[in-house]
Design a protein around this ligand. Structure first.
Ligand SMILES: [Zn+2]
Length: 154
């Protein structure tokens, strides 16, 4: 199977959390997952690959539905797969789309789902060619509401 060329952008804003080879692998797996996207309504395929703290990778794609609100994003598909198999500590997720000139960013709902599982892991937002921008979950969703807040009423 032919692999797409990967060009690693030089810069993350928050320090480099993963080795370059790990980043490349995560992006490639996200691009592979994108091929399975079920998106007949938007025709906007998205793929994601999620790296757990212990090194396992779960991929996901967007899955739309004729009842539009039931559609699920690629990021949440990957996270739900991981959670359902007993993994809930994450290091990074790579998100891929066919956008050539912009980095694909997670929607607000996905940011909140990511934040449920920690603030300090990394989100690699890529262009179609594999170049990326990276932010922490906290940077994408500052002043967030999370699990700890439920215990602050006493
Ligand atoms: Zn989303």
């Amino acid at each position: 199977m032919a692999q797409m060329p990967i060009n690693l952008a030089p810069r993350p804003s928050t320090g480099e959390p993963l080795e370059p080879a790990q980043i490349e692998k995560l992006i490639l797996l996200g691009q592979e997952a994108k091929k399975f996207a079920y998106c007949p309504y938007s025709n906007f395929p998205v793929g994601a690959a999620l790296l757990t703290l212990d090194g396992k990778i779960f991929s996901g794609c967007n899955i739309e539905n004729a009842s539009y609100p039931l559609g699920t994003c690629a990021e949440r598909t990957a996270i739900q797969k991981a959670i359902s198999e007993g993994y809930k500590e994450f290091r990074a997720i790579a998100i891929t789309s066919n956008m050539k000139n912009d980095f694909i960013a997670p929607c607000g709902a996905c940011r909140q789902v990511m934040r449920e599982f920690g603030k300090h892991w990394y989100v690699y937002m890529t262009k179609e060619d594999g170049t990326y921008d990276v932010r922490t979950v906290h940077e994408l969703l500052p002043a967030s509401f999370g699990p700890d807040d439920l215990h602050k009423t006493k």
